[in-house]
Design a protein around this ligand. Structure first.
Ligand SMILES: Cc1cc2nc3c(=O)[nH]c(=O)nc-3n(C[C@H](O)[C@H](O)[C@H](O)COP(=O)(O)OP(=O)(O)OC[C@H]3O[C@@H](n4cnc5c(N)ncnc54)[C@H](O)[C@@H]3O)c2cc1C
Length: 358
């Protein structure tokens, strides 16, 4: 069977790349083991334009956000399922210093369009510790990632384009003008393997900096929040008193084990936000495919132009993947340049060092 592209991995990165390849008229076949705790299946799916303690605007958010919204809305229409839940994010101040820090920055027009209001005080609430006020962030929300992946999987399966086998790289043959794998021949292969990409022999020279994240589902009886709350963790309302809470970051023990420490860390941070008792209904763990410089990994192998990578989405895959997939396809099909910050060419020296050592 001949295809334009063979895609390995159908998490967020592979699924979005495949959508745009098909949209540009290319034929694609996908190999994916649908791993229960792949990052894309455990993630809360958040998009937050202003994240972190320093109130930094997310990198390139002005470019990423319109592309992301347009993509998820198009998928909602195509599959008739709700995907992008736009919700205001209430970033609660933890300390008066944090409040001051924000007030020093708030006059900068760069945040325009993302900050709805700054509340130096909020009225006492029976449910939420909000005495120090907070920042109401607009244009964010969350994407129902499992629903999206399931819709795409069913669509590909109906057309016999999804193989749920582990891709065995030792069986891959490089041809002068493409690749062959079992009965599949393709012009190019693109690896979208998430954290497993760190052990792909074609790309082992890239500086992945994987980290483990744990997340909880909780039930808070009789509380229906209209915001996503954020103070050290996110509390995302899923409806009917259900909330998703995340996440932990652990670079030291990068494995797929659920831990009592992870649960304890998250529950104590929720108690800093919520006044009401809650029960933990589920705990999840996944590994983020992050990179040393916290930027994605996109491009073709320096010596094998029929082999590419679309990975390194770190903790912001939901926001970044739609625009990056479109840029990558323009680079693949029309030779357009990639942003230097995401192109794997920035690590050329690591590749050269790895080949001179062998
Ligand atoms: C706890 C947690 C919370 C997060 N929260 C957010 C959030 O709120 N917002 C956000 O934007 N991001 C979040 N992230 C990050 C986000 O999940 C990632 O950026 C994104 O999901 C990465 O997608 P991916 O497709 O690259 O990898 P993955 O989701 O890991 O998918 C890779 C897929 O490839 C398959 N695969 C790999 N190798 C092979 C092979 N050889 N053969 C066959 N199949 C293979 C795997 O089985 C898997 O299905 C979170 C991550 C974690 C862990």
């Amino acid at each position: 069977m001949n295809y334009d592209y063979l895609v390995v991995g159908h998490g967020l990165a592979g699924a979005i790349l495949t959508c745009f390849l098909e949209k540009s008229g290319k034929t694609v076949v996908v190999f994916d083991v649908p791993k229960e705790n792949a990052a894309s299946r455990v993630a809360a799916g958040l998009i937050n334009p202003v994240a972190g303690k320093r109130f930094a605007k997310s990198w390139q958010v002005d470019a990423f956000l319109p592309a992301a919204k347009a993509f998820y809305q198009e998928m909602e229409e195509r599959y008739q399922v709700p995907l992008f839940h736009q919700k205001p994010i209430l970033k609660l101040f933890s300390t008066p210093e944090e409040q001051n820090n924000w007030m020093g920055k708030s006059t900068n027009s760069a945040w325009e369009g993302y900050i709805e209001t700054t509340h130096l005080q909020l009225p006492p609430s029976d449910y939420v510790h909000q005495e120090l006020g907070g920042l109401l962030i607009q244009q964010g929300g969350y994407v129902a990632l499992r629903t999206f992946l399931q819709a795409r999987e069913e669509d590909l399966q109906r057309r016999n384009l999804l193989r749920t086998d582990a891709f065995d790289i030792s069986q891959l043959e490089l041809l002068p003008e493409g690749v062959r794998y079992q009965d599949v021949q393709a012009r190019k292969i693109i690896f979208c393997e998430g954290a497993q990409g760190a052990s792909n022999p074609f790309f082992s020279w890239l500086p992945f900096s994987l980290n483990k994240g744990e997340i909880l589902d909780i039930n808070v009886p009789d509380f229906e929040a209209s915001y996503i709350y954020n103070k050290a963790v996110y509390v995302v309302p899923l409806g009917q008193s259900h909330y998703r809470v995340g996440a932990t970051y652990n670079w030291r023990e990068v494995n797929e084990e659920l831990t009592p420490d992870g649960k304890e860390e998250l529950t104590s941070k929720v108690q800093d936000i919520l006044k009401k008792p809650f029960t933990v209904t589920k705990q999840y763990v996944g590994i983020r495919p992050a990179v040393r410089d916290r930027k994605p990994l996109v491009g073709l192998h320096p010596q094998h132009p029929q082999v590419g990578i679309f990975n390194g989405m770190g903790s912001k895959g939901v926001l970044m993947a739609p625009l990056l997939a479109q840029q990558f396809i323009l680079a693949l099909e029309q030779g357009a340049p990639l942003w230097p910050e995401v192109s794997i060419a920035r690590y050329q020296s690591l590749f050269s060092a790895s080949t001179s050592n062998t």
